[in-house]
Write a protein that binds this ligand. Structure first.
Ligand code: OTU
Length: 635
């Protein structure tokens, strides 16, 4: 029996020699040496994760050779400045945990028209304080409906309406020069139905016919549908769509988004090539879209199966070999334990924090912090060298993904409570300040989600006098709980719902378009005028971003919950070696008092609020203004 080390050495020698043989005399020089070293280091992780997926196949080694070829191609095509970044990041691998990093996300066409014009907005991004910019998918899409870019026809081409692949490369470069990291999606669960692979698959091209889940009749689909969830039931029921020729194809999302079949190693290899090409455009972080769905097995929910983790970890190992500074951000909007399962340095270093997002909205509705406080104490802690991406709104709907078990601890019935939240935010609850609209209401399960912009959901649309305070409260929490705060651009100037989508045949059936408005020039022009609402939101947010950048205690992700003795007040402390900050946040429209007893272990001398520079004596207890926030420097 060979030891694991011996097996790894043998595998390395095999793939290295095979590659050297194919490359001939190109296999020399510094570039080769670096590649060879990293291949030796990371091949074991790659094999560990590919073996459970494809190890049983007689062509396993051949497939591995193809993959190593892909890695070499990726590395040899990697631009010089990306290799320089790789080297720099080796010294600061956890740069994304810095208190100075803030993210933004936008649609290129809606924000600036096209990629070239977007470049001119760089001064604005710097004014706001961004160092991370996520572009909603800029790739080529089918004509008409494309799920906002999430149906990709080619990962190597940009949507001609916004420019060319060269424009994208130039933008990445210009951003990096100004200290802003480009983030792009890796939409690896599905392609558009007009992707060349998809076209070849329906024509039974032997190379591509197993790239998707294509079935001659309902036998297999019926078996799978016994156990899978419906994701976009408004668009089509079940998980499959019928082709004009009568066959059935797996479509988790829209009928025009065809799920890739990762049980076929050729799919993994092909997508690995696309991944490295996207990284080499200049993307520093890839957002892994819809991670949970990429592996299917009959009799299971086909979500977050163990193989999904192998797929992502194998991509990660490949990135370590061919694009070493590349990071992954997981997009799993599911049960908190499942969200956590994707986060580790070997898998996704970053992850959306959908629980914090949903529970901030929950606390605004109930004026109680119970679930949010519990979430911070129970689910916030992450492995070393990883981070949350904390956000208030994204381009998607709000789903109420808290755990029913957690809610039960407060006597809350999860099912009923979600119904309440949907009514509250979808403007069906008397007294609600929110103006959302439902997304994907499922008549069978009673399930629904919520669309709407931050401002419209927070009360600005209906002229609620507390709307701005509510917005600043939610922003203050994503800026201070630990992790990378991500701002959905438009929100920073209070952009309202835009019902225009109802007039567009390609958008009318998807309410998420209500919160994907075009850049509102008037609002942006008012941003530095504190006498305007956009100005109050923008200047308030900007000053918090600046204060955060000067608060070392806000780096990293460690947080300790602090029970503030008031059901409407959230509390936590954040610390660095030099400093401790106690954050208190009031989720009600009334003044709230936190009694002196809860601060007994805190210093007796007056402490300073970093946000206003005012000092507070904790011995008297603390009174918070309606929706007020304090960042108290207690050490
Ligand atoms: C993602 O979201 C994208 O964010 C959406 O914009 C896309 O439509 C979709 O994938 C398909 O590409 O269902 O409502 O965690 O919640 O991945 C959003 C599971 C979605 C899903 C999530 C998906």
């Amino acid at each position: 029996m060979l030891t694991l080390d011996q097996q790894n050495t043998l595998a390395f020698e095999h793939v290295r020699n095979a590659l050297v043989h194919r490359l001939g005399r190109k296999a020399t020089g510094a570039q080769w040496q670096q590649f060879e070293d990293r291949l030796r280091t990371h091949l074991p992780a790659l094999l560990d994760n590919l073996q459970p997926l494809y190890g049983h196949r007689p062509d396993f080694l051949e497939q591995l050779d193809t993959l190593v070829d892909t890695a070499w191609t990726g590395w040899s095509e990697r631009p010089k400045e990306m290799k320089a970044l790789d080297e720099a990041r080796e010294k600061t691998p956890t740069w994304f945990q810095s208190e100075k990093v803030v993210g933004g996300v936008l649609y290129v066409d809606r924000f600036a028209g096209n990629l070239k014009n977007l470049q001119e907005q760089i001064p604005y991004f710097k004014e706001l304080g961004l160092s991370y910019l996520h572009l909603m998918p800029p790739f080529k899409v089918p004509p008409g409906r494309s799920d906002g870019g999430y149906a990709v026809s080619s990962y190597r081409d940009v949507n001609p309406e916004i420019g060319t692949i060269e424009d994208l490369r130039a933008l990445a470069k210009a951003l990096r020069k100004e200290g802003i990291s480009l983030v792009l999606d890796f939409i690896f669960n599905h392609t558009a139905n007009d992707h060349p692979w998809a076209q070849a698959a329906v024509q039974d091209d032997p190379r591509y016919k197993d790239f998707y889940f294509l079935f001659p009749d309902r036998t297999q689909p019926d078996i799978y549908e016994r156990t899978v969830r419906e994701i976009f039931p408004d668009e089509h029921r079940g998980a499959f769509s019928q082709l004009p020729d009568g066959r059935w194809i797996w479509t988790t999302f829209h009928t025009f988004q065809w799920d890739l079949n990762y049980s076929n190693p050729a799919v993994f290899n092909a997508m690995a090539g696309e991944m490295l090409a996207i990284a080499n455009l200049g993307a520093e972080i890839l957002r892994l879209d819809a991670v949970a769905f990429v592996w299917k097995r009959p009799g299971t929910p086909c979500e977050s199966l163990p193989e999904v983790h192998n797929v992502i970890r194998a991509f990660n190992a490949l990135a370590r070999i061919a694009a070493p500074s590349l990071l992954f951000k997981s997009e799993a909007i599911v049960h908190p334990a499942e969200v956590m399962s994707y986060i580790s340095p070997e898998e996704c270093q970053l992850s959306y924090n959908p629980l914090q997002m949903a529970l901030q909205w929950n606390s605004l509705a109930t004026r109680e912090v119970n679930l949010l406080q519990q979430a911070l104490e129970k689910w916030h802690h992450l492995p070393h060298n990883t981070a949350w991406v904390n956000y208030v709104r994204s381009h998607d709907d709000i789903g109420w993904t808290f755990a029913d078990e957690d809610a039960a601890q407060f006597g809350i019935n999860g099912y009923d409570h979600r119904k309440f939240l949907n009514r509250f935010y979808n403007n069906r609850f008397p007294g609600s300040f929110a103006r959302g609209v439902p997304f994907q209401e499922n008549p069978d399960t009673g399930d629904a989600r919520v669309s709407g912009t931050f401002a419209s959901l927070a009360g600005l649309e209906q002229g609620d006098p507390m709307a701005v305070q509510r917005m600043l409260l939610l922003f203050s929490v994503i800026l201070s709980t630990g992790g990378l705060p991500l701002i959905y651009l438009g929100d920073e100037v209070g952009t309202l719902n835009d019902p225009c989508y109802l007039d567009s045949p390609d958008e009318a059936d998807d309410s998420r378009w209500i919160h994907r408005p075009h850049r509102d020039v008037t609002r942006y022009d008012q941003r530095n005028n504190p006498n305007t609402v956009p100005g109050q939101i923008f200047t308030g947010l900007r000053s918090m971003i600046i204060i955060r950048a000067n608060t070392p205690a806000f780096a990293g992700g460690e947080l300790i919950g602090y029970r503030a003795g008031n059901p409407a007040v959230l509390g936590y402390t954040r610390s660095s070696t030099q400093q401790t900050v106690l954050v208190l946040a009031n989720y009600s429209e009334f003044e709230q008092h936190c009694p002196a007893q809860v601060f007994q272990a805190m210093p007796g001398h007056p402490v300073r609020d970093l946000l206003t520079d005012r000092s507070y004596s904790l011995r008297d207890g603390v009174t918070l203004a309606p929706y007020g926030v304090l960042w108290l420097e207690v050490r």
